[in-house]
Design a protein around this ligand. Structure first.
Ligand SMILES: Nc1ncnc2c1ncn2[C@@H]1O[C@H](COP(=O)(O)OP(=O)(O)OP(=O)(O)O)[C@@H](O)[C@H]1O
Ligand SMILES: [Mg+2]
Length: 256
């Protein structure tokens, strides 16, 4: 589904990613962790074809998005839903217009038809359509906004791949759990391949059993929870150190 082979990427002459290689299968869910500035969001931008690697190859369903024309790129992107780091809703549009944005802009469907799909989608992401469809994003809580953003990504594209960049940042524990449940529901019910970028190790354990650690642009770890805990790599250990307690608690809850 997603395959990176020895991918290196620089902004200008500043190297950001070096020789990153991994493969993600259909309906697999993985977490990318790493310190701030290590290159996590950059990996998602490459997968979306917003940037292209200077070296190595990146294939989505066996195809290299970087050699494509704009309209072919758009086709590929239709299969990828992205929830951006800041949630990124259009603040001057209503919730309904946000969720139906792609259909409004790119199809000839009438609003009545679109609204029906939007209402269904809001229900799917656990929101009350009657209550919020005509509201502006600023009138919603952070957790609700994040769910609207996920709904928008889903309705735009009917994706086979979902990318979430820090989906729970700034949310309280309740809202965090709802968003994580939604991510799991999508991965499992719709057989979507999922990449979640997060700083939060507890969130990581809740949505995946494969973990990657990016360190100064290099993929220094790719494995399961036991391998993660037992890693002898000093960089992996120092990244995990602040989380050791939650690491053990979460591990007991979920894996024992
Ligand atoms: N458009 C850009 N032009 C130049 N440098 C950039 C650009 N975007 C990001 N960078 C740099 O690339 C590096 C990696 O950024 P990236 O956003 O991938 O990090 P990240 O791991 O997602 O960090 P965070 O956890 O803070 O979101 C950073 O040093 C950043 O300053
Ligand atoms: Mg980032």
């Amino acid at each position: 589904m997603i395959e990176l082979n020895n991918v290196s990427f620089a902004y200008g002459d500043r190297p950001i990613l070096t020789n990153v290689t991994f493969k993600i299968e259909q309906s697999e869910s993985v977490v990318i962790m790493g310190p701030s500035g290590s290159g996590k969001s950059t990996i998602l931008r490459l997968i979306l074809g917003l940037n292209c690697p200077q070296r190595g190859s990146l294939l989505i369903n066996g195809e290299n998005i970087c050699v494509m024309k704009e309209d072919q790129k758009r086709e590929i992107r239709k299969g990828i839903g992205m929830v951006f780091q800041d949630g990124a809703l259009f603040d001057s549009l209503t919730v309904g217009e946000n969720v139906g944005y792609y259909l409004l802009e790119h199809t000839k469907m009438r609003w009545e038809e679109i609204e029906e799909r939007v209402r269904e989608m809001l229900g799917f992401v656990g929101l009350d359509a009657d209550e919020i469809i005509d509201k502006l994003p600023e009138e919603l809580s952070g957790g609700m906004q994040r769910r609207v953003a996920i709904g928008r990504a889903l309705l735009s594209t009917n994706p086979r791949v979902m990318l979430y960049d820090e989906p729970t940042t700034g949310l309280d524990p309740q809202a965090t759990e709802t968003v994580l449940d939604l991510i799991n529901k999508l991965t499992l019910q719709r057989k979507i391949s999922t990449i979640v970028v997060t700083h939060e190790i507890a969130d990581a354990f809740a949505v995946a059993n494969r973990f990657m650690l990016i360190w100064e642009g290099e993929l220094i770890f790719d494995g399961n929870v036991d391998q993660l805990r037992d890693s002898a790599d000093g960089r992996v250990r120092s990244f995990l150190e602040p989380f050791r307690t939650s690491f053990n608690e979460v591990r007991e809850r979920k894996f024992v």
